[in-house]
Design a protein around this ligand. Sequence first.
Ligand SMILES: Nc1ncnc2c1ncn2[C@@H]1O[C@H](COP(=O)(O)OP(=O)(O)OP(=O)(O)O)[C@@H](O)[C@H]1O
Ligand SMILES: [Mg+2]
Length: 481
Amino acid sequence: MSEKLTKLTISESLSLPVDVARRVFSFLAIRGAGKTYCAAGLAEEMIKAGIPIIVIDPMGVWWGLQVGKDGKGRGYPIVVFGGEHQNLPLEPENAEKIADAIVTSNISCVLDISELSQTQTQKLIVAFVNELRRINIQDRHIFIEEADVIAPQKPMRDEVYCLNAVDKLVRRGGNRNLGCTLISQRSAVVNKNVLTQSDFLVVLRTNAPQDKLAVAAWAVKHSQNKKKLNAWLDSLSDLEDGEAYIWGPDMNIPGVRIKFRERETFHATRENLKRYDASKIKPMDVGEFIKKYKYAFEGKKPIDTQKPEQKLEHTSQAKIVDENEPRKDAVERGVQIPSNVAHTTELGGIDNKPGSSQSMKVEQSLPNITIQQFTPILSIPVEMLKHPTTPLGKAVVVLKSFDGRADQWTLKLIKEQIKNHAWDDSGVDEAVDQLIRWEILKRKHNYLRFDKERVTIIQVKVDENEQGITVKMGFVQGVEQ
Ligand SMILES: Nc1ncnc2c1ncn2[C@@H]1O[C@H](COP(=O)(O)OP(=O)(O)OP(=O)(O)O)[C@@H](O)[C@H]1O
Ligand SMILES: [Mg+2]
């Protein structure tokens, strides 16, 4: 799979010149019509032509580019940041660093955002896309799945920043040799300003009249033959999986019907993973890049260059009490505690499970130490149940006291429950993000699953002057080199 191509053969009947990688594509269709599959075919062509690609992947399926078609053998050398199949972690704070690294190395990558919250996703995309636009020079192509969420027609509050970043990418990315592909199953709610910038419209099976209208709005601008346009819109419902109409007015592609070629790499949808026994699928090792950037993104240093004492010097307010060997080992290997740990203390006393074998005691306010990954067990003092004072406290109290299903939470529902108690819900987005980071809430499809066991209610006296409040955390992961 290493021969360099001079054209992108996306179907038996259609090849595109390589420089379309600097242009904007939109792939639109209903669920299951083949958007991801066919866009991945285009991605494979670009990689073969020596054009690095980046995928923003909310579904966690694009890692399949690393694996051969049947889940066996090698695919392409792509670095996967974040998600279940990650080579390197994806922290929104590192967005610019990641952009710099992939531009410097000219590597293809997937940013698997499937485990990030909406707030984290927005933050990541704004920083990443803006930095990319600032520094990119050579041809590069970004695939954006769920473009209707990332660039919505009606942005709410902070969504506007993300929309602006994508809008600029679409409008001006070409000046920086950045092309992009927007993928959406909800054509009607993709931002029209963004959609109309598409140089290529790829429409797979589409049924809903409002989605057809959105497609028509684009096509009307580019079509001279209105009669043909109507017939074309009618036939969109009849397209088979992987069949599409493609329009590229600048290239004289006037709405031709094509069948995308089969993928060369693994289409890692849930159904396919079941079919191919996921445990046997071995993604490709993109060792060199990972070795080079591991410490940059994981916030760790190799053991031999590390000086733990120096790290702790900066933390004059923090006192770390090691309670056992594994924990000590973790600290010495450079595991850091984020400053946001201070949030946890606002709960009014968080404790780890009695008898937990790996624990440490950290006094409140830790400005300079950060833990990279940790899974605390929260304890709520009984007296706090009625009047939690912080967003985190409120979120945890409603989660813990709810009688219904623990696996069907959403941010909206948590806020509703908080409001039902007549409590203010400001700051709850961040609190929920925090609970997701700690895996007390775990994302599953469109829902959040609350791990009840990780929150206990205890009888403790909370020290009012806060000086004595302690945070204990049980480590589960994040200490391996
Ligand atoms: N060109 C093609 N050749 C062969 N099979 C295809 C082709 N395109 C799509 N398919 C089939 O269609 C199925 C659905 O495709 P895909 O997962 O890309 O849909 P989608 O539009 O991205 O759906 P969703 O909106 O749920 O993400 C694939 O699993 C594959 O079996
Ligand atoms: Mg898809």
